[in-house]
Design a binder for this molecule. Structure first.
Ligand code: IMP
Length: 426
């Protein structure tokens, strides 16, 4: 069973890039199955910080081939920029290293314009999207009018199809939103050129995965965003527009569940969220500020400050359930050093009633009425960044980890103790 699925167990930004980076060292293929350049995985390698948005994190390992799967949405212009950034950093990023599934959907410049337009229209109820065109591209996919990557193989036919969709989008922009229309000839020319450059990267994604699995290759599926941003099982409507959970890897790449060996949920040792929507353990005080400052909690994609709060075990239990987690990777434990005491939400209080289960299906309005029931644990003062064995962690940190395992029923298999690529315990 050669497949490992690695997903975010919270609201995204769990530090998946670091964990993927470690797992990628033992993989043959790393595949993205959902989302697009709304993701931002930062990897620190040999003193360099690389922000990857679309290209899977396996790109740093010469033995890994990286697949951008059918379930993703790809902005061709942004993908080319990222490829150029990697090449400039001395990391080969040609078609032998990156494969683009022909069934992946495309993001056009007008999808981005429409993302901004929808958000402005929502005013006070805006989702707080990354404005990368994700929602509108998936909406067009579901409406069966979108373009797929495979169409780039025939630049003339592709240019024609792009033009037709741009006309549709322009009608929305102009008539519905009263916004300026996109310059169609310019956009078509840019996309036509991008198609020529990207055509060599195209593969039949599901077929390619099937062949690799038949050859016994190790496939690592790299989830983008997190469980609570899942379109079906997240905190709708404050979610992204794709399947972020483990099941998304199966539909987004096209293989069956029998191949899955492990499902690793990545969680921060505390909780963060970007964008709008309820967040029960959010800290609006000095402690929240401190987590943001010490944890550098600013978005990789948008630079927005992240909302910070205590660890929420209700969320992690839910993530364990909907993803079938076999292991937890806990990142940024070091950020908690120096706090006198720590809190973990073990349940919620809903008007006097104790709630143990995360109420995602009942919607954000209900969640907003829930307050956390906390358990308080002792903090620790030591610097953790050089510790490489779990038993060498301060006693209070070990208690914190044991409590998380007891509350979630999932073993912790990876612990991040500092920003360096090697600063983890496994
Ligand atoms: P969209 O994916 O740009 O449509 O944004 C929808 C919601 O998902 C917003 O709350 C975003 O802040 C959030 N989001 C999207 N991508 C990420 C990510 O990579 N990390 C954290 N939040 C994200």
């Amino acid at each position: 069973m050669p497949v490992t699925i690695l997903i975010g167990a919270q609201w995204g930004d769990e530090g998946k890039g670091r964990v993927v980076d470690d797992y990628a060292a033992r993989a043959d293929i790393v595949a993205r199955y959902n989302g697009g350049d709304n993701a931002g995985h930062t990897i620190v390698a040999e003193g360099r910080t690389l922000a990857l948005h679309l290209v899977p994190s396996g790109i740093l390992y010469p033995q890994v081939v990286n697949l951008i799967g059918a379930g993703t949405v790809v902005n061709p212009l942004r993908l080319l920029e990222e490829i150029a950034m990697l090449e400039a950093a001395g990391i080969p990023a040609g078609p032998d290293r990156i494969k683009l599934a022909a069934a992946a959907h495309l993001i056009l410049p007008t999808h981005r314009a429409l993302d901004g337009a929808h958000e402005s229209r929502l005013a006070g109820r805006a989702i707080g999207t990354t404005q990368r065109g994700i929602g509108p591209a998936y909406a067009d996919k579901a409406a069966r009018i979108n373009l797929r990557a495979g169409q780039m193989r025939d630049p003339d036919a592709f240019a024609e199809a792009v033009e037709a969709l741009l006309h549709t989008h322009n009608a929305y922009l102009e008539k519905l939103y009263g916004l300026p229309k996109a310059d169609i000839p310019q956009a078509v020319a840019a996309l036509r050129q991008a198609a020529q450059q990207l055509a060599p990267y195209l593969v039949d994604g599901a077929q390619w995965v099937a062949q690799a699995l038949a050859q016994g290759k190790q496939l690592l599926c790299e989830g983008a965003q997190g469980t609570l941003l899942d379109l079906d099982h997240g905190t709708y409507p404050y979610v992204t527009s794709s399947s972020t959970i483990a099941g998304g890897a199966l539909t987004g790449l096209g293989f069956g569940p029998g191949a899955v060996q492990a499902v690793i949920g990545v969680a921060k040792a505390y909780t963060t969220r970007v964008g709008a929507g309820p967040f029960p353990t959010e800290l609006l005080d000095e402690t929240g500020e401190r987590l943001r400052r010490i944890g550098h909690e600013y978005g990789t994609t948008t630079g927005r400050p992240r909302r910070c709060g205590w660890l929420d075990a209700v969320i992690l239990r839910y993530a364990a359930q909907v993803n079938g987690l076999t292991g937890l990777a806990l990142t940024k434990l070091d950020v908690l050093s120096g706090l006198p005491e720590l809190k973990i939400a073990v349940a919620y209080d809903y008007h006097g009633e104790r709630v143990e289960h995360f109420p995602a299906e009942w919607g954000s309005a209900l969640l907003a009425e829930m307050t956390p029931i906390y358990e308080t644990l002792p903090g620790w003062q030591e610097d953790l960044s050089l510790i490489r064995r779990r038993e060498d962690l301060p006693a209070a940190a070990q208690v914190y980890l044991q409590r998380i395992e007891a509350l979630t029923g999932v073993p912790i298999v990876f612990i991040g103790v500092g920003p360096d690529r090697e600063a983890f315990i496994r």
